[in-house]
Design a protein around this ligand. Sequence first.
Ligand code: AMP
Length: 216
Amino acid sequence: MLKNIILMGPPGAGKGTLAKQLKTAFNLTHISTGDMFRENIKGGTELGLLAKKYIDDGHLVPDEVTIGMLKDRLAQEDCANGFLLDGFPRTLPQAEALEKLSKEINRPIEVVVNLDCDNQELIRRISGRRVCKNCGAPYHITTMKPKVEGVCDLCGGPLYQRADDNEEALKVRLDHYVHDTKPLLDFYAERGLLENFNSLMGSQELFNQVSTFLNK
Ligand code: AMP
């Protein structure tokens, strides 16, 4: 099975949902740089304070900060049996740093799963997205409702709307995706690592297709 995996796609494509399904099914370590920043913001750390200035407006946190944080995380013991990178890399310098690092620590990237989705659907998903404050599980106000309104099915935590899930910040995030992140698809296609999936299908069907591919 392929197990050192990058999940790519624009905000709202379903990377977080798919990562949680794959993590449970295949016992992989889920590394979301967005979640790591949000943890730091919650904990009031220096890194969190710095990152918040960028995140709330939809901008990317500078490469040197993000790469440094990821380097420490990827070298940890729980990544030895496989990892899912969700939200990293987002720029060419990040992809180059990851390529170098993953070779150094002998944990090479085996596949890049790219989720395609059209802009109208991304906006619908992001504007209705709610997230658990405790465990980060994602919901949607119409298509993925929790059993009890405002409460996480998994851990009972309160659901909230991310500060950057508003129309203005989303426009900036989509712009960063097109200019900074989308070119990485060529970077990985050249290395024979890219595998495209259409994320317009339901999350269960997407999970089935990606799992079948990873298992082949
Ligand atoms: P996400 O949860 O992946 O949507 O990330 C939320 C926000 O965190 C992004 O809009 C960026 O501001 C920041 N962020 C997450 N990952 C990265 C990254 N690899 N490089 C720069 N900024 C990032």
